[in-house]
Design a protein around this ligand. Structure first.
Ligand SMILES: CC(C)(COP(=O)(O)OP(=O)(O)OC[C@H]1O[C@@H](n2cnc3c(N)ncnc32)[C@H](O)[C@@H]1OP(=O)(O)O)[C@@H](O)C(=O)NCCC(=O)NCCS
Length: 277
């Protein structure tokens, strides 16, 4: 498991590889810049720049990923506390459209992790849409987080261009920062689960993409079960809103009861397969 020094070194290496520098926001202009970036990622999203400035001023985490003087990504997170103790709640992290997949989001998250460990916050939590397969892979596999809770329509209606018209069901990701999974992920040893192997070992499928792209829900049980979601729900929402709604309902029917009964997401592969253990 990582020490703070290792976390700082991993974050610095990630920034170098991505070719970005991560800066903590200082002052209203930086806060404006962070909000500008995030509103390009989620057009129409409402995040008040004065509140973001106040959050940074009060000792929360607001950062910007820059290439030279140009901002390419940003992250806004604030301190919280629950029955398990102190935590950082990451509200919004994103990189500009067209720059995804170049590892600057990964660099932002590793910077956030090192910052939180230095602040004695052992855990970062955030929410994501269970239907967004790429985020699931990024969160669970690339970062080494787990998913332990599911909420129906967590934010109510969201007006941004990515989520508008859909109900905002969310998984809560828990990133135990000094734990084994997070540490190996930060060291570049993230491993995606082998779904074919799990299936031949007897793992059954509770949710899968059917022949016409529809959700197929099955009533199965077992220590480990598998659930598949579409590879690109954001495109599907635009192309076929009715089918996207069917997916919202199908995923809710599977993930809600599974997480309430104590199952956890322990792995996600690149093709939208979840492993529920
Ligand atoms: C999610 C996000 C922050 C990841 O940052 P990133 O710089 O793209 O991260 P990386 O390049 O290190 O990793 C991307 C990996 O995550 C996955 N991924 C997640 N979202 C992706 C996206 N929109 N485009 C491409 N890959 C994405 C890919 O599988 C990729 O894996 P690979 O590089 O091993 O093939 C970034 O893609 C993003 O801002 N997306 C839009 C906003 C968003 O969804 N934010 C997170 C909400 S929880």
């Amino acid at each position: 498991v990582d020490t703070l020094e290792q976390a700082v070194a991993a974050a610095a290496a990630a920034s170098r590889r991505a070719g970005v520098e991560i800066w903590l926001a200082v002052g209203q202009r930086d806060a404006d810049e962070a909000v500008e970036v995030l509103s390009e990622v989620w057009p129409g999203m409402t995040l008040a720049a004065d509140v973001v400035h106040a959050l940074a001023y009060a000792g929360n985490y607001v950062s910007i990923a820059r290439v030279g003087a140009t901002a390419v990504g940003a992250s806004v997170a604030f301190r919280g506390h629950d029955a398990e103790g102190p935590l950082l709640h990451s509200h919004s992290t994103g990189v500009l459209p067209g720059t995804e997949g170049a590892a600057s989001g990964y660099a932002l998250k590793l910077h956030q992790r090192a910052w939180a460990l230095a602040e004695d916050l052992p855990r970062i939590e955030w929410t994501f849409d269970p239907l967004v397969a790429r985020n699931a892979f990024f969160n669970v596999t690339k970062l080494g987080a787990t998913v332990e809770r599911f909420h129906e329509d967590f934010y109510g209606q969201l007006a941004d261009g990515v989520n508008a018209g859909d109900e905002s069901d969310r998984f809560v990701v828990i990133w135990r920062l000094a734990g084994e999974r997070a540490s190996s992920a930060a060291a570049g040893r993230a491993e995606a689960p082998d779904i074919a192997r799990l299936r031949s070992a007897g793992a059954q499928v509770v949710l899968a993409v059917g022949a016409d792209g529809e959700p197929v829900v099955a009533d199965v049980d077992g220590e480990v079960v598998l659930a598949q979601v579409p590879t690109d729900i954001v495109a599907l929402r635009r192309r076929d809103p009715a089918l996207a709604t069917a997916w919202r309902r199908g995923a809710r029917a599977v993930f809600g009861p599974a997480l309430r009964s104590g199952r956890r997401v322990v792995g996600v592969d690149r093709d939208g397969w979840y492993v529920l253990g």
